[in-house]
Design a protein around this ligand. Structure first.
Ligand SMILES: *Cc1c(COP(=O)(O)O)cnc(C)c1O
Length: 514
């Protein structure tokens, strides 16, 4: 059955309504308050006061409610259905986590409050740090980074701080990264001032030990590794990899985007990783996508803890404190203490699942991925590159190369056709080492029926590619917007990002020089 998404010809809210129309009648403002607001407004520099030039939309309540309801019907999210976006761990997020994060007791806190008045939130942050240290097998955790990539930057800066403290930073110039890694890994290492050395994967999808041996040296600052890697395969030689890196004095960095299948089963710290980031928004229950909100805490071994950013949350047995007195800290990487609302959701998520719940999440995510792999590898035109007989952890990567050669239908076309069936597309064209990649991660929060439905739909689309390729090539046809111009859609110069930009385009007013 084809899915139908609402296709409203929806105007912007500023294009609706009429002068003087009201949705709500506000109570009259008391004279005293009016005066106070007037006084306060004078604090804003005159050239920045826009009060008489602002045109706010004027609509009835019904217009507003209908506008936003229509917009929501044109959208798709993790609450709407299956979302198998590989590497992103798009699981259903329990509402209780949102409830806690939105509670007024927490929402009304201010970052500048006196330490003694925020003991509750400090306790939560402290406990969350301890839990994440336990889960990752690290000594101390810093919650500040706002995303996985931000955690990577912090991690590589910590690598630099460590080598600097040993007076070795001038020779430790290289960070080794496998060719299956996420693009943020080389970007972060480069931003931290290192040269990136790429090691290839073997036919079994794991880091090539031979190639690794050839590049490790006294110039190695560290190795960044995702485990299970982006093919969903556990790096079986992790002990040997750890030995090789540590033997030359390098550090082992864990990209935690794929921690989900290992939750309370295996710990990166026990595998030899010195620095670990966790993608809270992926693994621990925060709705994400479209660029945020995220959180990428970093855990480290004992000897690196002194370099972590300030302030640190400390506990003296009675009260919690924010400590700025950390002379070897690399400084700050983010304002205040990180993305608190995301961290609160993680706290609620871990607390509500407990160790057994987290273990079950890991087990079911692996079971679902392998069930899907077993059934989908029979699909016409799809192949399973790397590690033919290797079980996957939480995700698997197919190649649509044969399908494309035989029918002209690419991985992109399959992804677009899936939308017609009411399912979000998997990740495509990543990892880069797989041609026409379809990277599928069902997560633990998909039911058997939904998984079967997805597998049958994928099979039907592959079949359709042979019998009626035009149908697949013109997809999607039942969504709010049909096929986008991918280049134009991601080109900042052609995007209209604000009402002011739109007005300027309309009146063709030449851009003023700032
Ligand atoms: C998502 C992801 C990252 C980056 O994390 P963000 O939180 O998106 O910055 C890094 N590595 C892998 C393997 C990922 O999937």
């Amino acid at each position: 059955m084809l899915f139908k998404q609402a296709k409203w010809d929806e105007k912007l809210i500023l294009e609706q309504g009429a002068r003087g129309r009201r949705g709500h009648v506000m109570p009259p403002v008391e004279e005293g308050i009016k005066r106070a607001v007037g006084e306060a407004a004078k604090l804003v520099p005159e050239n920045m006061r826009r009060i008489d030039r602002i045109r706010l939309p004027e609509l009835s309540e019904a217009q507003v409610v209908r506008h936003f309801t229509r917009l929501s019907e044109m959208n798709y999210g993790v609450d709407s259905g299956f979302y198998p976006l590989g590497s992103c761990t798009m699981k259903y997020n329990p509402k209780i986590c949102d409830q806690l994060a939105a509670s007024p007791d927490l929402g009304n806190l201010n970052q500048y409050q006196e330490e003694s008045t925020v003991q509750g939130i400090l306790e939560i942050l402290y406990k969350l740090e301890r839990w994440l240290a336990e889960i990752t097998g690290t000594y101390e955790v810093c919650l500040h980074p706002a995303a996985g990539a931000h955690g990577e930057l912090l991690g590589t800066l910590l690598m630099r701080a460590w080598h600097e403290s040993n007076k070795e930073h001038l020779k430790r110039t290289e960070v080794i990264i496998p060719d299956s890694a996420h693009g943020t890994n080389p970007a972060s290492a480069t931003m931290a001032g290192f040269n990136v050395v790429v090691v290839p994967s073997d036919d079994d999808g794991c880091v090539s030990l031979g190639a690794l041996k050839a590049v490790v040296s006294e110039h190695t600052a560290g190795l960044m590794l995702t485990n299970p890697n982006t093919l969903g395969i556990f790096e079986k030689n992790i002990d040997e990899i750890s030995r090789l890196i540590h033997e030359v004095g390098g550090l082992l960095y864990y990209d935690g985007a794929n921690l989900n299948p290992l939750l309370c089963k295996a710990r990166p710290g026990d595998m030899g990783f010195d620095i670990v980031h966790v993608n809270i928004h992926k693994t621990f229950g925060t709705p994400h996508g479209g660029g945020g909100p995220g959180s990428g805490p970093v855990g480290v071994s004992k000897y690196l803890a002194k370099f972590l950013p300030i302030p640190r949350v400390t506990f003296d047995g009675i009260r919690y404190h924010l400590s700025y007195d950390e002379p070897q800290s690399i400084g700050k990487v983010k304002g205040f203490y990180g993305n608190i609302a995301v961290l609160l959701r993680a706290y609620a998520y871990i607390l509500s699942l407990g160790v057994e719940g987290l273990q079950e999440a890991a087990e079911v995510s692996v079971l679902n991925a392998n069930y899907l792999l077993k059934r989908l590898r029979k699909a016409k035109g799809l192949t399973l590159p790397y590690g033919d007989n290797t079980p996957r952890k939480h995700e698997c990567v197919f190649s649509a190369k044969s399908l494309k050669n035989e029918t002209g239908v690419s991985a992109l076309n399959i992804a677009k056709r899936l939308l017609d069936y009411g399912m979000h597309a998997p990740t495509i064209y990543f990892p880069l080492i797989v041609e026409e990649a379809l990277m599928i991660e069902p997560t633990e929060t998909v039911e058997r029926e939904e998984l079967d439905h997805f597998i049958e739909t994928m099979n039907a689309i592959c079949e359709e590619a042979y019998t009626n390729p035009e149908n697949v090539l013109k997809a999607p046809t039942s969504t709010a917007v049909s096929r986008l111009d991918e280049v134009k859609a991601s080109h900042p110069r052609t995007m209209t990002l604000s009402w002011r930009m739109r007005m300027k385009q309309e009146t063709r007013e030449p851009r003023k020089r700032e």
